[in-house]
Design a binder for this molecule. Structure first.
Ligand SMILES: Nc1cc(CSc2ncc[nH]2)c2nc(N)[nH]c(=O)c2c1
Ligand SMILES: [Zn+2]
Length: 374
């Protein structure tokens, strides 16, 4: 299905959890949704068709990486990011601030924006809310993120407040620069660290500005699952319930189950792809480290019953061998399996919410993980 405009409809709820659909001109996104990360215009070790085969409806791109190489102007001249990377479904792009703070050097932040030197070749660059909106427009992304500062953790109340207030001023400038782009969405990003009053002020400011969706930012920054859930016990409720809620940078499977139960509709994380390349397999029974010698004679698949190419075509012994030998197929198979597992988890969550049985699903999820890998 496609729609000329951007829309969101909730089809079912179970407690705070919602099952819904985001409609975009490039296709529908079933929520709760997990978005694979395609930082440099590729989900590493995967062809776009393979990403789709895992069940992904949308993937992520990165303003920071693409502005440095090959540049947004070059991608625009070549027809935009969808054509460039051969993915014709929705793309969400992050706005660049988070990556600048975590990757670039010689960073200088002012009210205007951030100047920095590229981690690739040391060249000087500047990102402002206006430049971030221009880059994401040049890329052609369907969901654009406001330019924000992800408040580091831990931050005292004064530091968190100054950071949140800067992000809210940048959110207004992002909205003003984005303009009116039917079929394209602009998402605001809530900050406020772990302080409920600041989270409320941030949400209120974002509502006043008005966005097509709202992200919970400033989490998954080292606070740990318990603290993250403590904030998620109230922060998503502060955001408009008729718009998608996106928790940025999350997470491992148990993070995802807990976040969905607290009202989150969209998540993204490099974990399934990045850890796949190091030989980590994620399964319903927990993590399996294929580098471990205990797998070298094991003829069984990574996960019994999994229908992905890694589990239907290969043994643990083979996966152990190609991972230890650093063969490219090892990254391909483990990434595919992990993304397939994550999408299966999302499908299970969507089905459980629609059946009003999320508590049972959650209990079974934790019971399976407790069984551990055999
Ligand atoms: N934890 C976390 C992760 C990300 C990157 S999400 C991402 N970008 C590309 C891939 N994934 C964040 N991004 C922004 N803009 N703001 C945040 O507060 C924030 C917090
Ligand atoms: Zn599998």
């Amino acid at each position: 299905m496609t729609s000329a405009t951007f829309g969101f409809a909730v089809q079912a709820t179970c407690g705070k959890a919602r099952a819904g659909t985001i409609t975009t001109p490039r296709g529908d996104i079933r929520t709760p949704a997990f978005m694979p990360v395609g930082t440099a215009a590729t989900v590493k070790a995967m062809l776009p068709g393979s990403v789709r085969a895992t069940g992904a409806d949308i993937l992520l791109g990165n303003t920071y990486h693409l502005m440095l190489r090959p540049t947004a102007e070059r991608i625009a001249a070549l027809g935009g990011l969808h054509k460039f990377m051969n993915w014709d479904r929705p793309i969400l792009t992050d706005s660049g601030g988070f990556q600048v703070m975590s990757l670039a050097s010689l960073r200088k932040m002012t009210e205007k924006g951030v100047t920095f030197r590229s981690h690739i070749d040391g060249s000087r660059h500047e990102i402002t809310p206006e430049r971030s909106m221009e880059i994401q427009r040049l890329l052609g992304s369907d969901i654009v993120m406001a330019f924000d500062e992800c408040t580091p953790y831990p931050a005292d109340e004064g530091t968190a407040r100054a950071s949140m207030e800067l992000s809210m001023r940048w959110a207004q400038r992002s909205r003003d620069a984005f303009g009116d782009r039917p079929g394209h969405a602009l998402f605001g990003i809530q900050q406020g660290s772990v302080y409920a009053d600041q989270r409320a002020e941030s949400a209120s400011k974002l509502r006043t500005i008005g966005f097509d969706g709202y992200a919970v930012g400033g989490l998954a920054v080292g606070e740990g699952q318990e603290k993250m859930f403590e904030v998620l016990d109230y922060a998503p409720d502060m955001l408009p319930e008729d718009k998608p809620r996106y928790l940025m940078g999350v997470g491992k499977p148990s993070d995802i189950v807990g976040a969905v139960a607290r009202g989150i509709d969209m998540m993204d994380c490099v974990l399934p792809s990045r850890s796949g390349r190091t030989g980590q397999g994620w399964t319903a029974r927990g993590q399996v480290n294929l580098r471990n010698a205990r797998h070298r004679d094991d003829p069984r698949p990574l996960e019994e019953g999994c229908t992905c190419p890694a589990c239907t075509g290969y043994s643990r012994a083979y996966l152990h061998h190609v991972i230890k030998s650093d063969e490219i197929i090892g990254s391909m198979l483990l990434t595919w399996h992990n993304l397939h597992y994550y999408q299966s988890l999302m499908q299970g969550l969507r089905d459980a919410i629609s059946a009003g049985a999320l508590a049972d699903f959650t209990a079974a999820f934790h019971a399976n993980v407790a069984l551990g890998d055999v």
